[in-house]
Design a protein around this ligand. Structure first.
Ligand code: IMP
Ligand code: MG
Length: 177
């Protein structure tokens, strides 16, 4: 059933599954010769559903960790003020790290977290996002594994929220604000 304020379903459940399977295969190929388990770090809260699906498509030894950063408050426009609210437990030095985000918009959040993780001297750091809005980019950040490029619309569902709502939708929809 379509929720009020969702004007269009942008990515269906079926397409989400195809995207995640394809990404899992790409990531599996990339990490075919790991020395130690891959550390997969999800940025909370938006990435939690994507993370849960993605790690089950990665055929490589891995451990999971999470980090919470906040940049939006309750609005829909990035403030650029990125704060670390909860850090990872793992020591990242000398480890292969995959950073997982729900969506890269201006790129400020990702750029800041990438800088922070690189300061901890991982053996390697790759970035992964379910959705990408290339036209909204302000900070230059490399995305190594990307689910889908989308237009500069505000989207919700599959973990993505508006004021903490809509995360449970099984599809990605455009929200009429
Ligand atoms: P950035 O710092 O502008 O790249 O913003 C990234 C963060 O903003 C993501 O982790 C999301 O939480 C949030 N965000 C950006 N665009 C959307 C959207 O269309 N829907 C929901 N959240 C979004
Ligand atoms: Mg987020």
């Amino acid at each position: 059933m379509q929720q009020p304020n969702i004007t269009q379903i942008l990515i269906s459940e079926d397409e989400i599954q195809q995207i995640v399977q394809r990404m899992g295969a790409e990531i599996t190929t990339h990490y075919s010769s790991l020395e130690k388990e891959l550390i997969v770090i999800g940025l909370l809260r938006g990435s939690f559903i994507f993370m849960a699906d993605l790690i089950r498509e990665i055929q490589a030894p891995l451990v999971v960790d999470f980090m919470t950063v906040s940049s939006y408050g309750d609005g829909t426009v990035s403030s650029g003020d990125v704060k670390i609210v909860m850090d990872v437990d793992s020591s990242l030095e000398g480890r292969d790290v995959l950073l997982v985000e729900d969506i890269v918009d201006t790129g400020r959040t990702f750029a800041k977290v990438v800088r922070m993780i690189n300061n901890r001297k991982p053996r390697s750091l790759k970035t992964c996002t379910f959705l990408n809005k290339p036209s909204a980019r302000i900070s230059d950040v490399q995305v190594d594994f990307c689910g889908k490029d989308i237009p500069d619309e505000f989207v919700v569902g599959y973990g993505l929220d508006y004021s903490q709502r809509y995360r449970e939708l099984p599809y990605v929809g455009i929200l009429q604000l």
